[in-house]
Every structure is written in C-alpha cells, then in structure tokens.
Write a protein that binds this ligand. Structure first.
Ligand code: SF4
Length: 639
C-alpha cells in the first residue's frame, strides 16, 4: 500500500466556528485506503456534546443494522469533546465506539492518558473508520498530515508495549500518543482492548477486536496547536477553583490508595465479589487490600495529561522474587477483583503478572479476570477437568492461574479455545460439549463481564448495572452509589419510581461526563450540575443550562438504547445472572440474601417509567420527540 498523505482542512475557514471543538471529522476508508476531512456542524456538537454522544449519533446514522461486528461493515468511531488541551482537570480522555463483538450491542470504551491532548493539538475531533485494509496498517495523525502506513512486517504480532516503543523511536518523539492493539486484538479475541500510554486501556466491549478485524494495528497522534476557549478569563477562574478542589479531599482516596481503597469498604458491606460471586466478602482481605498493596508494592503514582490526581498506582514485584522479579503492573480494584478476590488468589505477584499479561497482549483485564474466575469455579465443580486443561485450576491458584490466563489471551490450548472470548461464549461452547449448566457460572450481563460489585444485597444497582447500554457496567450507570450510601433499602424493592428517577439521573450525568469526556473521579469536584453546564458554556461559547445538559444526557442514553433495540434487544436482557436470585452468600452482611425476581421486575419497570419508556423498555414516540430524537420514530420495532 502506498503511503497516503493529505493536506488537512483544519486551517480552512469554518463559518460557524465554535470554541473548544476543532470540528474536524476525519473519515478513513480502509478498503480504499482513502482519507477525507469534513466539518462537524455547530448543531451537531451542541446536541451530541462529544465522545459518547458523537459515537451514539454516528453509529445510529451510519451503521447498517444487524451486521457481524467483526466484519468489514462495522464502523469504528473515535471521538473527543471540547476540553482536551484546556486546563480543565482530567480532560485528556477519548472514547471509541462500534458494534460490540462481545455483546452484539452498542460497544464503547473510554481511555485516559495523552492521546486526547495530542489528537486535539493535531486538530481532530472525531475519526470514523470503515472497511478493512488489505494488509495491516496504522493511521498517523501528525499535525496537518493524516496517512496510513503498512505495518505487516514492522508491527503486526508485536505486543502493546513494544509497538509504543517502536513507533516512538521511528518518529524520534517520546511525547507521541500511540493507541494500539496487541496479539489478542489481531486474532479478534472478543475481549481485545486498545492500550495507550502503556497502562491506559479502552478496555471494554472488545473494541480492540474491531480494530483487529479491520487490520488496523494502531493510531498515532502528534500535534502542536493550542485551543481557544470562548470566555478565557471566566474559564480560567473556574478551572483554577476546580483544580484546587481536585487536589483536595474530594479526590484524596484516588490519590492516596487509588481505587483499591474500595476493597475493605466494599468487603464490609458484603459487596466485594469473591469466588466468582459466590460470596460478597473475601477470606483474605487482610492480605488483599489497599494498605498492603501501597505499603509493600506500589513504587510510583502516575497521572494522565491534564490531571494532578495521579490515580494510576504502579506496583513492582520485589527483585528477589523467583518467578517475576521486578515485574511492574498498573493496579486498580477491578483487576484485583478479577484476578484476586474473584479467583480466590491472594498472591500479589501472581495478580500483577496476570494484569501485565492483559496489558501487553491487549485484552480487557476485567473481562479476562472474570472469565478466569468462571473457569476456577467450573474446575471446582468438576465441570472442567485437569485432563482437559492440562493442569489443575482450583480457586486460589497461582502459577496455574498465570498459565491459564496466558493461554486464554493467546487463544491456545483448552483455555484459549473455550475461554478466549469471554464468559458468555465460554458457557455456550461448554454446553455444546454437553457440559450442562456451564453458562450459569458466567458472570456477565448482555455478554459483558461484571465489575467489582456483588449485587446480592444491592437492589438499586442490580437494576442500574443491568440496564447499562454496554452490558454489566458501573461506569455507564453508577447506581451502586444508592446502595453504598443507603439512599434506599438495598435489600428491598420499595419506591420503584423514586429509585428509577435517581438511577436515571446518575446515568444521564454519566452520559455527559463520557461525552465531555472527563474522568468520573472528578465528578465530585463540581459544586453541582449547573457548574458542569457552566464549564461547557465557558469553553465552547454555546449557551448551556443544567436542564438542557441533562436532556442531552437522556437523549444520548436513549439513542444508544434505540441502537440496541434495533439490534434485537428485549427486556429479558436487562437482567442480572440467575446466580443472584438462586444462591445466597454463606457469610457477611448479605448472608442469606438473594435478589427477588418480582421485586427486581418492579424496580426495572420503575426505571423504564422514569425514562418515559414503555413496559417493554421501548422509548415512546412522545419521549423520543421530547428528546429531539424524532428521526428514530418508526425505526425501532415495537416487540
Ligand atoms: S483521575 Fe486517574 S484516570 Fe483520571 S485523568 Fe487522573 S490519573 Fe487519569
């Protein structure tokens, strides 16, 4: 393939130019090897905000329904909002969007690091990638230049950290932003993720597999431009205040212990998933907790561009360790749950090794950890055997857990063949082999593996996590806060409409945060939602109120819901795994508790009602009109 070089239109006059946004959309047709730039209108930016909103609208408009997500027909969208390169805290974040090969529904993943800032300096706001390259390529966005580079010999087969080093060396620039897939994405593992800045991932819903299916190994960003804001003085004052708050108590726990601070507190509430969600408390919490991690292993705290919180905690295995001397891994609670409490492992170096395998080979470490936990339980129950695996895999495994994880990611052996695409497909494959009931032990919703909350005693989050557009997720819907803070009876099912409204409110503001795109860790630094609207207005110059912003959040969630409905979603899929209804914990605060089907369905109906969706979970025409989604009317089947 020829190297393609094209002059950007970034410097051309844009009549309805708004601040913050570059308004440049780059279209890449990998089949043809062509690149084209166009302008995002002011109205498009205003209505869809950025990141998540851009992804939802572009996929709704341009993706053919019911396609195979790993075919060339899928569309890969990359997008940012108006904030990268401004001084707004935690604003160097981007989102990627496509039909998910893991869930077959709306797929999305968000990542931090340096990418968004470099991309904005190079003047791109959104990239829409279609087709499939005839051979592996990577895309370069280098200030005014955008081009594709063949890389079959130079990069294909390399892991995510190697690629980062090779490309930076080639450009002789260590500030370069590189987002890349590893061997897992290349082989289209449905858990394949995208890695940037070594330890930052657009992890969930298999977005790395979509890149792999398009023969797209990496996207490289470098830029030198600044960004203009509409009201510089006022924005500077507000941002200065926000930075000060961001350096204070509101985010202290992320700075001090990082997310592992939650291990002990969730354990106390019986919400710390252990042994593949059999229990909500962990037998080895005296070893596996944030204090021990920080005292004995953390060697460095790392921040993304435009962030002073530095929540990324790097842990190192001691140099005298027999198996993994000096190994360094980026650790957070989700991964400690996946490879630690979930699998019953309480050996820190083993957990670090598994995380590093995920990060270098390019798989979502949450999905991979939860899939490993499923395998441990299946082994424990005799549903899979030593003869099949080639080794033992009880809860609490160490070296064999590492071996299983590596095989699973690389797609080799029984582990890779059965478990290499996540829990849902693993269950299906095992049942096809005659292993009845294997799917029951896959802890996922809509195919996406569950995050680090055990929902036996979390009736509000049971709904929030289940309705999440991308499958089981605490970052699309943060309703776990309602259970943790005790806003409602977390073991009961009263006040369905009131709860529904609260769950909706959290979900809508999260949709805005993911469209801005900023870190949820800084949600608490804003005095209120009006201040979130204010910051948008000061940067873009587009008048914005709290009400309008919330309406756009609701529109973004509803449009991505409509995407799922168009793909065949039904109410039955907004449902947690059966385990939570059938088996109770044997100890801890949620001992003896299960979710109750009738109560759960009542709360689910309350959520739909609060959204203005019908009993089947389909948005009514009236709701669609109210949210400015008239273009959807008649395009989703009423089942
Ligand atoms: S809070 Fe953590 S993830 Fe968010 S921008 Fe800062 S360092 Fe990055």
């Amino acid at each position: 393939m020829e190297k393609i070089k094209k002059k950007s239109i970034s410097e051309l006059n844009i009549p309805d130019k708004i601040k913050g946004y570059s308004q440049i959309r780059l279209d890449v047709d990998l089949t043809k090897g062509s690149l084209k730039e166009s302008k995002l209108s002011k109205e498009f930016c205003r209505d869809w905000i950025g990141g998540y909103g851009f992804g939802a609208k572009i996929l709704w408009d341009e993706l053919k329904p019911r396609i195979d997500p790993l075919s060339s027909e899928n569309i890969f969208v990359w997008a940012i909002g108006p904030f990268p390169v401004t001084i707004l805290p935690t604003s160097s974040k981007y989102g990627v969007f496509a039909k998910s090969p893991l869930t077959n529904y709306f797929g999305m993943a968000i990542s931090s690091g340096s990418i968004a800032a470099q991309a904005r300096r190079a003047g791109v706001n959104a990239i829409v990638i279609k087709g499939k390259a005839s051979e592996p390529v990577y895309l370069v966005i280098d200030d005014e230049d955008r081009y594709l580079v063949p890389c079959k010999k130079s990069l294909w087969g390399k892991d995510c950290w190697e690629i980062d080093e090779i490309i930076k060396k080639e450009f002789n620039d260590h500030r370069l932003g590189v987002m890349a897939i590893g061997p897992a994405g290349e082989r289209c593992s449905r858990m394949g993720c995208i890695t940037n800045d070594r330890n930052r991932q657009a992890g969930r819903t298999g977005m790395g597999a979509v890149m792999g299916s398009k023969n797209l190994k990496a996207i490289v960003f470098r830029g030198t431009k600044g960004v203009e804001v509409a009201y510089p003085k006022e924005f500077y004052q507000l941002a200065k205040k926000l930075i000060k708050v961001a350096n204070g108590p509101a985010t202290a726990k992320y700075r001090d212990q990082g997310t592992p601070a939650g291990l002990v507190s969730y354990n106390k509430l019986g919400m710390m998933p252990s042994y593949n969600h059999r229990e909500g408390t962990y037998d080895h919490i005296d070893v596996i907790n944030g204090d021990v991690l920080n005292k004995e292993y953390v060697v460095k705290k790392v921040a993304c561009s435009q962030c002073s919180i530095a929540c990324d905690h790097l842990a190192r295995v001691p140099k005298n360790h027999p198996d993994y001397p000096n190994l360094v891994a980026s650790v957070d609670i989700e991964l400690i749950y996946g490879f630690g409490t979930g699998t019953g492992c309480y050996d820190w170096p083993t957990i670090f090794k598994c995380i590093q395998l995920c990060d270098t080979l390019g798989v979502d470490a949450i999905s991979t950890g939860v899939t490993a936990a499923m395998a441990c339980e299946l082994y424990d129950l005799g549903i899979i055997t030593k003869e099949e695996l080639g080794y033992e895999l009880p809860f609490g495994s160490t070296k064999n857990l590492v071996r299983f994880t590596e095989e699973m990611i690389k797609g080799i052996g029984f582990a890779g063949k059965i478990f290499g695409d996540g829990t849902k497909i693993a269950g299906k494959r095992l049942e096809e082999m005659g292993k009845k009931n294997a799917s029951y032990y896959g802890m996922h919703i809509k195919g996406l593996e569950m995050p680090a909350f055990d929902i036996h005693g979390m009736s509000s989050f049971a709904v929030g996590e289940s309705v999440s557009i991308r499958g089981a997720c605490h970052l699309r819907n943060g309703a776990y806060q309602l259970d943790v803070k005790g806003n409602f009876d977390r073991f009961g099912y009263d006040k369905p409409l009131e709860r529904g409204k609260e769950i909706v409110a959290i979900e809508d503001i999260y949709a805005i945060v993911d469209s801005f795109v900023i870190c949820k860790f800084t949600r608490g630094i804003y005095e209120n939602d009006a201040e979130i609207a204010k910051v948008y207005e000061l940067v873009t110059g587009i008048p914005m109120t709290e009400e309008k912003l919330k309406e756009r959040g609701a529109a973004i969630v509803t449009l991505s819901k409509c995407f799922n409905i168009r793909e065949g979603w039904t109410r039955a899929e907004d449902h947690p795994p059966e385990r939570f209804f059938k088996e109770a914990h044997t100890k801890g605060p949620a001992k003896g508790v299960t979710l109750k089907e009738e109560g759960y369905q009542t709360l689910l109906s309350g959520y739909y009602q609060a959204r203005g969706w019908d009993e089947k979970g389909i948005p009514t025409d009236e709701t669609l009109r109210k949210l400015g989604l008239d273009f959807v009317i008649g395009k989703i089947k009423k089942k």
